[in-house]
Design a protein around this ligand. Sequence first.
Ligand code: PMP
Length: 313
Amino acid sequence: MAGVLRAGPAAAGGAEETLMEATFDDRDGFIWFDGQLVPWRDARVHVLTHAMHYASAVFEGQRAYDGEVFALQQHSERLVRSAELLGFSIPYSVEAINAACRETLSANGMRDAYLRPIAWRGSEQMGVAAQRSKIHLAIACWEWGAYFGEEALLKGLRLDIASWRRPAPYTAPTASKAAGLYMICTLSKHRAADRGFDDALMLDWRGQVAEATGANIFFIRNGEIHTPTPDCFLDGITRKTVIALARTRGVNVIERAIWPEELESFEQCFLTGSAAEVTPVGSIGPWSFEVGALTRQLMQDYAAHVRGNRARG
Ligand code: PMP
């Protein structure tokens, strides 16, 4: 399909829709690449890139609202930390990464967009060792509507239960937003789609409820919120934001181990993530949830907060 359909940054709709309509290497616009803006189609890497063979890449996903990247400082700090957890250091300061993100957004003339910074080991060395590899950084952005599509925001997602489990922290650098950790997410997402679901709930290596394939998970019961302790998966920036928003409303938020046996006792469920924002869940496997008042309130609170962020600086 490459080059057949016009794939300008204006491509709208949910993730799947965007992917069908547009290839990501054939667009107008600019990508920030190792310190300069390059035409979108020229942002290429060699096939003998360490990151491609050995997953030595870390990335971020963040959204701009009304021209300002929400929680930019936290995202850039996490990018730097993710790289450190993989044993490499990004040759730009957090401030320089912040500035590069803003530059990318404005060079593409966008105000509401998703930004994807990525850092990776280059092609100086082949084999598992990579001490001499150059570290690269690139930042792209594109317009991206509701991650799961508009309908999910009203009806709630249908989640499958993944057969892959989040690894233990002693088997992988689970606090890093590392490319390699997404291998089992893609497998789980594809299996869910093949079985007619929107996404999948992943359990962790102990069998506890962990998260979805690209978002954290929350449950509501008797007016209280329960969410798994992020001890082997990403402690999302949206997760932390939504916990703070709920507490501001006086809602009790309990972070703890949650076992799948409990799923049937919850009344509401939702996902959080920079791309997913706050998306309600209608069912997980055989268990159903309502898109209830508290979930809808938090969806609204989050939407107001990310845009209000600008006024508060
Ligand atoms: N878990 C996974 C696996 C993710 O990909 C994401 C999205 N970055 C999250 C959780 C949520 O993180 P955040 O709220 O920081 O985007």
